[in-house]
Design a protein. Structure first.
Length: 97
C-alpha cells in the first residue's frame, strides 16, 4: 500500500497544494475548504499536463490514503492537503515505522 501513493506526479500535487497561490493562477485557486485554499481536478490536470480523469485518479488515491481532503462545492470537488494526517505519517517514518 505504501508504494501506491508514492509517485512523481502525486508528490508534485502534494507539494503544489502546500501553497496553491504560489503554484496555480489566481483564477484557478482561491476557493476555500475549511478556511484553506483548495483547487479542483481540472486545475491540477492542467498543471500536470494530463487528462481530467488521470488527475482525478491521483487526487482520489491521495484522498483515499488520507493525505488530501475533498469537499464538493456546487458541481466541483475541491481538494486540499490534510496537514494533520501528513504530520502523522511523517512522524511514523521519523520514528522508524
Amino acid at each position: 500500500m505504501l508504494r501506491v501513493p508514492v509517485g512523481g506526479q502525486r508528490l508534485d500535487i502534494l507539494e503544489w497544494l502546500r501553497d496553491p497561490a504560489a503554484h496555480f493562477p489566481p483564477e484557478r485557486h482561491g476557493s476555500l475548504v475549511d478556511g484553506v485554499d483548495a483547487v479542483d481536478a481540472a486545475t491540477v490536470a492542467t498543471k500536470l499536463g494530463v487528462s481530467h480523469a488521470v488527475a482525478r485518479t491521483h487526487l482520489d488515491l491521495l484522498v483515499g490514503v488520507g493525505l488530501l481532503r475533498a469537499r464538493k462545492v456546487g458541481r466541483r470537488t475541491l481538494y486540499r492537503r490534510d496537514e494533520y494526517r501528513i504530520a502523522e505519517v511523517r512522524s511514523l517514518f521519523e520514528k522508524g515505522w
